[in-house]
Design a protein around this ligand. Sequence first.
Ligand code: NI
Length: 181
Amino acid sequence: MVTIRKVLRAGHPLVRQSAREVSDEELSSSDISDLLEDMLETMRDHHGVGLAAPQVQAGLRLLVYEIDANERYPQVEESIGPKTLINPTIVARSAEMVTDWEGCLSLPDLRARVPRHQWVRVEALDAEGDKRTFRAEGFEARVIQHEMDHLDGRLLIDRVEDTQSFSFVEEYQRYHAGRAE
Ligand code: NI
């Protein structure tokens, strides 16, 4: 049965801990498939576009994402996923950085402008345990970098360069959404 799990917020010590790799034995276990299913449903329930295991109190290097316009992200234009990345690593990345708005389920109602690599090449196991290498760019690359940061206990607030961009969602929608900045 799928369970909507509690999403830890910033301040909970586990949000700041590094996660460990998923072992081969764990990969084929029902615990991991249950966790992945719960994470997808938890992410959708909270209108998120990505979720990392440490956010639901599981200290493992895995994440899910699904990109589609929703009520938290009405400006999103692409439609990608759902995707599962297990033990992901970034094997190459663009020199070019792009700064854009980001939110996080562990920082409810907060938005800020965060610089990220424009594209990343990622190596990870998928939900079946098969190794995949792929290139992601734009918003997908942003989501992957954000979620992978969670695996190392890092939050978007650690990456913000322009601290004046910190905004609550209501003010973001009112003053910043859809404007070129
Ligand atoms: Ni987050």
